[in-house]
Design a protein around this ligand. Structure first.
Ligand code: ADP
Length: 448
């Protein structure tokens, strides 16, 4: 059991975690860079500690500074949030070596999932369906690589085993381009991820992105909390998410969910996690597991009726899950719009002072945001300034509420992607549901 938590993150998620801690009566210690000194959530914490200058490498990614802040504040646990050090097994090890609780899985499990080839192998072993292709890295034998690609069937995709953030991937249409693509992807992987291992799999042409939220305790219990559809993406960045994923065969989904929970039990996974799949024609293909809380967790909170952050902290304290799979029911439908400080047409970040901040409200409307009128959006970090989350009894009601909420919301002083969201919620294909991961970009090009 711990009585205090250091939140090793910033922005909306630092506030979200603070709220979870407060519900549990835990003391919160918020760390911040010089650039975030005046953020309102920093002042809400029981204790705030400056850990360095604006540059993330010297603050939010500075492991020594974070551990020092934990020591001087007497923090007993560290919550890494998402991004930054949340999937860094070395950091998790250091936290535990310092005698603190890392609110996340063990470093060993994080290491397996951080290597996409190892992750795929572990998933196949647990009976989770993966994208066709070997669960081994490509060797130096180019004839073997050609034979493997031919066997999978073109198009194929080359991916860095240590890749992330949508980088280190290359689609190959035919054998003519294979050998050059291998050389380039390998070099990118070596430079970008300090790991030149790459692997090959089938390239799916028009998949949806569907993910399964799981939570596991340290007593051998694991439960899946439902599905999310995150197909609306731009450059592999999610823009608008929903729960549950619409239009899927419920028996297939339940089978996949159970496989994910079973994989957690086999891996002795602990904490929250997300299994990401590409889905084509009701067939699921695992692509990766995120071993942390995700940005889009609120849509699952709304439909499952569970405070995921609170549950995450409770299992980190050694408590058994207070619910079994049979208790998990998906109620209604939820959407989340990521509100970014960026130009809605060019996507260029738009930092600066927010001069007007008018939020929507009414039944089923939730805002997770650290921003307010007068808040200065710093230019150093990602541009997410808030999440608009809307729940309804069914998809149509939730979508109606979302449209109204987006029209009510007003942000001035900086540019935001609100106009993009307002267009998206009126898009016929999106209203029908089940669009592919290419839909948003095709829309933006005017061809969708
Ligand atoms: P990252 O860790 O960089 O996010 P992922 O493996 O999750 O990498 O893949 C990111 C995105 O790349 C997917 O959401 C999808 O758009 C695309 N992608 C990955 N694998 C495939 C594949 N086999 N076929 C088609 N698209 C893919």
């Amino acid at each position: 059991m711990f009585g205090s938590v250091l939140i090793a993150n910033r922005g909306e998620i630092a506030l979200r975690i603070q709220r979870g801690c407060r519900r549990l009566g835990l003391r919160t210690i918020v760390v911040h860079s010089e650039a975030d000194r005046d953020a309102p959530y920093v002042h809400h914490a029981d204790e705030a500690i400056c850990i360095g200058p604006a540059a993330a490498a010297q603050s939010y990614l500075n492991q020594t500074a974070l551990l020092f802040a934990a020591e001087v504040s007497g923090a007993e646990a560290i919550h890494p949030g998402y991004g930054f050090l949340s999937e860094n097994p070395g950091f998790a090890e250091q936290v535990e070596a310092a005698g603190l609780t890392f609110i996340g899985p063990t470093a060993a499990v994080m290491r397996v999932m951080g290597d996409k080839v190892a992750a795929k192998r572990a998933m196949r072993a647990a009976g989770v369906p993966c994208v066709p292709g070997p669960d081994a890295a490509l060797g130096d034998d180019l004839d073997l690589a050609r034979a493997t690609a031919r066997q999978i069937g073109y198009p194929v995709i080359l991916k860095a085993a240590g890749g992330g953030g949508g980088r280190g991937m290359r689609m190959v249409e035919s054998e003519a381009g294979l050998i050059d693509a291998i050389a380039v992807t390998r070099e990118e992987a070596r430079r970008g991820f300090a790991n030149s291992a790459i692997y090959i799999e089938k390239f799916l042409r028009r998949p949806r992105h569907v993910e399964i939220q799981v939570i596991a305790d340290t007593h051998g219990n694991a439960v899946w909390l439902g599905s999310r559809d995150c197909s609306l993406q731009r450059r592999h960045q999610k823009v608008l998410e929903e729960a549950p994923a619409p239009g899927l065969d419920q028996d297939v989904l339940a089978q996949i969910g159970e496989r994910c929970a079973e994989a957690c039990r086999q891996l002795e996974y602990r904490g929250v996690g997300t299994f990401e799949f590409l889905v084509e024609d009701d067939a699921f293909y695992f692509i990766e597991m995120n071993t942390r809380l995700q940005v889009e967790h609120p849509v699952t909170e709304m439909t499952a009726g569970i405070d995921i952050v609170e549950a995450q902290i409770r299992v980190a304290q050694g408590e058994a899950l207070p619910f079994a799979q049979a208790d998990i029911v998906c109620r209604g439908h939820a959407f989340e719009c990521r509100i970014n400080a960026e130009d809605p047409d060019t996507f260029v970040p738009s930092p600066g002072v927010i001069t007007a901040w008018e939020l929507p409200g009414g039944p089923g409307v939730r805002i997770d945001s650290h921003a307010s009128s007068g808040y200065r959006v710093p230019p150093y970090y990602d541009s997410l300034i808030g999440k608009l989350v809307v729940h309804g009894a069914n998809r149509a009601e939730a979508l109606d509420r979302l449209r109204i909420a987006l029209d009510e919301m007003r942000v001035e002083g900086i540019a935001t992607n609100l106009p993009l969201h307002r267009r998206l919620v009126r898009d016929a294909a999106f209203i029908r549901g089940g669009v592919s991961i290419h839909h948003l970009e095709q829309q933006l090009c005017g061809s969708g």
